[in-house]
Design a protein around this ligand. Structure first.
Ligand code: HEM
Length: 251
């Protein structure tokens, strides 16, 4: 615990000087402020999500399922807010955005280290994305560490193993069994449904991102050098727990 400074103010406690001086539009145009604020807001929410996901992974590792669900429920509410916030950005028209797009240079959401860290911590560990971050830099270090740490996906697989399931051929058959014996294996069944919630909400966020991108820049290339909307569409089928989706067909 850190001692509270005498007479501490609201602004001091929240670091508002730093936070509120970090919006620095380059174009002088009205709409760039919204563009900056929406990105910063999402980055703050991702920070909180990483905090909760890390906690949930630890709790699942201890078979403390109820507190883990609480953390995952919080993540779910944050995801809803993040998905809804695309509607605020949709008030930016193509004309508004094109007026300042040039000032972004080569910067792009592709370089969001927190988004990638979140994917890694959830279980989508694709080392190809490391190349977006300078070797030896702090972001690269964090991402390399996240690749090594157990993900939420790993934690769920380990929980199945501790419950006596053989997962040497993957977790698919074990999860199917959990759903078939949902009454007896309620904890794991409930865990699985929380994981599907998370997967569902992440897909919704991706979906609203690509829709917003199409609405604002159509099929123009991205500032990060990708093909733009068609690249983003190719990410829509990513699932953290594909087994939990496919078992629905087999039930
Ligand atoms: C006018 C608004 C936006 C446009 C036109 C846009 C466009 C794009 C494009 C074209 C890409 C593909 C990479 C590239 O070539 O640059 C991308 C990736 C990305 N964007 Fe956005 N974006 C917008 C807003 C946002 C916001 C508000 C966030 C929130 C943090 C965000 C987060 C990301 C992330 C995380 C990626 C990487 C996705 C992945 O690789 O799966 N974007 N964006």
């Amino acid at each position: 615990m850190t001692a509270t400074p005498a007479g501490m103010t609201y602004a001091q406690y929240l670091g508002l000087d730093e936070l509120l001086s970090a919006q620095r539009p380059l174009s002088g145009l009205h709409d760039e402020m919204l563009f900056i604020v929406i990105h910063q807001t999402m980055e703050l929410w991702m920070k909180e999500m990483l905090h909760e996901v890390d906690y949930a992974i630890r709790l699942i590792g201890e078979d403390s399922f109820a507190p883990a669900y609480k953390a995952l429920a919080r993540v779910g509410r944050i995801q809803s807010v993040m998905t809804l916030s695309w509607d605020v950005l949709s008030t930016l028209t193509p004309v508004d955005y094109l007026a300042f797009r040039d000032v972004l240079g080569t910067s792009s959401g592709f370089q969001s280290a927190q988004f990638r860290e979140l994917e890694f911590r959830l279980g989508l560990k694709d080392p190809a994305f490391l190349s977006q971050h300078t070797a030896g830099g702090a972001d690269r270090h964090k991402l390399e560490r996240a690749l090594e740490q157990p993900s939420l996906r790993d934690a769920a697989a380990a929980a199945l193993e501790r419950a006596g399931f053989d997962i040497s051929d993957g977790t698919g058959p074990a999860w199917l069994d959990v759903y078939r014996r949902a009454d007896d294996l309620f904890e794991l069944y409930q865990l699985a449904e929380k994981l599907v919630d998370l997967d569902d909400a992440l897909a919704m966020w991706r979906h609203k991102h690509v829709l917003t991108v199409e609405r604002i820049i159509g099929n123009k290339r991205g500032t990060g050098g990708s093909a733009g909307a068609s690249y983003l569409r190719s990410t829509l089928d990513k699932r953290l727990f594909p087994e939990l989706w496919s078992l629905r067909t087999d039930l």
